[in-house]
Ligand binder design. Structure first.
Ligand code: MN
Length: 164
């Protein structure tokens, strides 16, 4: 799946690391970019993987990642101080941001602000693939404890949506 022919031996290909472009190689994969599990451990997510297209560097302190959730899968329900900027580039689904559940599809843009609960789900029988920009310098995600789940469950639409 991963061609090495145009890419120097670096951990992750990046336009700033000796190549002018990271070439798209196949359906939502990029040359020299490895496919990783979404997170190293845990069961609070389902059927999701991650590729880091740009790891941050030079004078640009952001990571540019692609996440893909298989039909029926979901990301972790979490919040953190750092912001996400997301663009859907494959399929569709729903996202929780704060106390709102929104349908999302191709080229929609989602911003998740500081300390805002969020979760992405591939709810529509197809994959949900999105690009996500984050700061390289960022805090660790927090997951909801029992009292926070209770609070989230006060909004019926949220209670029905979340996967903890
Ligand atoms: Mn997050």
């Amino acid at each position: 799946m991963i061609s090495e022919k145009h890419i120097p031996t670096i951990e992750t290909a990046s336009p700033s690391e000796g190549v002018p472009a990271v070439r798209h190689s196949d359906q939502y994969t990029w040359e020299g970019v490895d496919i990783h599990p979404y997170k190293e451990t845990g069961t609070h997510f389902k059927s999701i993987h991650r590729q880091t297209i740009f790891k941050g560097g030079d004078d640009l302190s952001v990571e540019f990642r692609y996440f893909e959730i298989a039909p029926g899968g979901h990301s972790t329900l979490e919040r953190h101080q750092h912001t996400h900027l997301v663009m859907i580039i494959q399929g569709s689904g729903h996202v929780l941001v704060g106390d709102k559940v929104t349908e999302i599809g191709m080229h929609d843009v989602v911003r998740v602000g500081p300390l805002t609960w969020h979760q992405f789900r591939a709810t529509k029988g197809e994959k949900l693939g999105f690009l996500c920009v984050v700061s390289t310098d960022r805090d660790k995600p927090q997951r909801p404890g029992p009292s926070e789940v209770e609070e989230l469950n006060e909004t019926p639409e949220v209670a029905e949506f979340i996967r903890v």
